[in-house]
Ligand binder design. Structure first.
Ligand SMILES: C[C@H](CCC(=O)NCCS(=O)(=O)O)[C@H]1CC[C@H]2[C@@H]3CC[C@@H]4C[C@H](O)CC[C@]4(C)[C@H]3C[C@H](O)[C@]12C
Length: 325
């Protein structure tokens, strides 16, 4: 399971938790403007916006899990196992495979609005990257600098593009159901609740934080959707990049998965392998890994973006502890 957010605090920040039981060998990858993106069914994109994100590079192709382009559009693929359905190639449509979808959108869109326009003739098709890397059942969160975001889901009923008023995406069920479910938790609050349970009988507010007593806390995607929405909606905007990045990670960490809590097969546990967040105005990518809580950063602007060669940075995985004596 995974969680992705766009957090607006002066600058916007976009990223995700990647939760899984195995690591794919992903790295931080910058795709410069002149790297030729070959598409299976569409013409090659020779020039495009530069992209920074987390990807697995296979045969010199960046298989992005999530990324942000130099115009400040972010996009993340999250598991959508069950509802996800991809179609056969259809003449006259823009046939794009799920593994090509992030380069397709981030390569050419400056905003969520442009991404919506681009998708009016889109057909997400069932083409594998390779026999080893087959189709993944994904859905996507796309956001831009304004904080606006949409969700893209391809199911048996077709391609759906939903406005996302809360800027959060997790996994199943389908996005409209996730939004509907929020209604069940609308009384959750940072403030002390008004007692409507026992009119005329005073209750003892025995603890601080009672307003959030009904907040779900499970590892499941419905619980994470509610918890992350609440956390993010109340997250403060800081005065500096350092403060905002700190708040961003605290916000995302509200739904991270600790080892041992989510058993997906006997004695095999899903956990948060990495968390990342990109400043949409500057293109700097910050990340932590399960093993290393230290925030590491890679700046897109420090790479030569007028090039055709991918630049990869391994994710630093050793816990950095400051021993004080
Ligand atoms: C598994 C991850 C989602 C995390 C998650 O939700 N895990 C729940 C597991 S469980 O459902 O709970 O058991 C997703 C998110 C992005 C995906 C990559 C996208 C590019 C590429 C697409 C190709 O087509 C196949 C290979 C490819 C490298 C993909 C592998 C994998 O699919 C990635 C890592």
């Amino acid at each position: 399971m995974c969680t992705s957010i766009v957090y607006s605090a002066g600058d916007g920040y976009f990223g995700r938790n990647l939760d899984l039981e195995v690591s794919f060998g992903q790295e931080v990858v910058i795709t410069p403007r002149d790297y030729a993106f070959n598409f299976r069914k569409l013409p090659t994109m020779e020039h495009h916006y530069a992209i920074i994100g987390v990807a697995l590079v296979k045969d010199n192709y960046p298989l992005y899990f999530d990324g942000v382009n130099e115009e400040g559009v972010g996009m993340a693929g999250l598991n959508f196992d069950g509802p996800a359905h991809f179609f056969s190639v259809e003449d006259g449509k823009d046939n794009v495979s799920p593994f090509e979808f992030i380069p397709y959108v981030l390569g050419q869109c400056k905003s969520v609005e442009e991404a919506k326009q681009l998708m009016t003739n889109l057909n997400l098709v069932n083409i594998n990257f390779s026999d080893q890397l087959k189709l993944s059942p994904l859905h996507w969160l796309i956001a831009d600098r304004s904080g606006k975001s949409i969700v893209v889901e391809s199911t048996v009923t077709g391609l759906h593009v939903y406005d996302n008023p809360v800027g959060v995406l997790t996994n199943n069920p389908e996005f409209p159901q996730q939004l509907t479910n929020l209604a069940n938790y609308q009384s959750v609050s940072p403030a002390e609740p008004a007692n409507t349970l026992t009119p005329g009988i005073a209750l003892n507010n025995y603890s601080r934080g009672i307003g959030s007593h009904l907040l779900p806390g499970g590892m499941d995607s419905e619980s994470r959707f509610v918890k992350e929405t609440f956390t993010k909606m109340h997250a403060p905007a800081g005065k500096s990049e350092r403060e905002n990045v700190t708040n961003y990670f605290h916000t995302l960490n509200a739904v991270d998965q600790q080892k041992g809590l989510d058993e997906v097969a006997p004695n095999t546990f899903e956990y948060t392998i990495y968390s990342d967040g990109v400043n949409l105005a500057t293109g700097t990518l910050y990340y932590t890994t399960y093993e290393n809580n230290q925030i590491n950063a890679v700046a897109m602007r420090n790479a030569n973006l007028n090039s055709s060669d991918l630049v990869s940075y391994p994710m630093l995985n050793n816990q950095a502890i400051n021993y004080q004596n």
